[in-house]
Design a protein. Structure first.
Length: 178
């Protein structure tokens, strides 16, 4: 019987090892499932707003939004208003004011020369063409970004820049041609 017991002993050890290994696998899978189920419960509770075991805080009161009123399209732009205290001298012809420009300075110099400074958003070349068509130009001098037009006792200087054109109009004076 001794030889038979020795042969049966390795089979018993092998069966015990397989049982032990299967038991560890089942216990591990059971622990993994319990852990996953607990994670799922925590995740679902967080999605509802409060984690498990933490008392819920009442939500902040919601403030009703005022009704949305439809926007009306803006009307036509208002004409530019001159700066306070600056008026066009009556001796400079109103037809010499470039359309859409705004006055930046106005004065009457000694000797009766009227000076008016305007600013336009248009390019200096466009402004110069408008004045050349408007006046009976006797002298026209142009150089880099500047144009000087002379028509009788009226001199128009147009200077270009990034923000548009500056227009200087002088009329009259003791040296004026009559």
């Amino acid at each position: 019987m001794a030889p038979f017991d020795i042969a049966a002993a390795p089979q018993t050890i092998d069966l015990n090892r397989k049982r032990k290994r299967n038991l560890i696998l089942v216990a591990g899978m059971l622990a993994l499932m319990i852990f996953a189920l607990g994670g799922l419960l925590v995740f679902l509770n967080f999605e509802q707003g409060t984690p498990a075991g933490i008392p819920s805080v009442p939500p902040a009161p919601t403030v009703p939004m005022p009704p949305i009123t439809p926007l009306t399209p803006p009307g036509p732009p208002l004409p530019p208003t001159p700066l306070p205290g600056i008026e066009t001298p009556t001796k400079i012809d109103q037809s010499l004011i470039y359309p859409g420009s705004r006055q930046t300075m106005s004065s009457t110099e000694e000797g009766g020369t009227n000076v008016l400074t305007l600013h336009s958003e248009d390019a200096a070349s466009k402004v110069a063409k408008w004045y050349a068509a408007k006046l009976k130009v006797t002298k026209n001098v142009s150089f880099v970004g500047q144009t000087i037009l002379e028509a009788g006792d009226i001199v128009v200087v147009i200077m270009g820049g990034e923000g548009g054109a500056e227009i200087l109009i002088t009329q009259g004076g003791k040296n004026s041609k009559k």
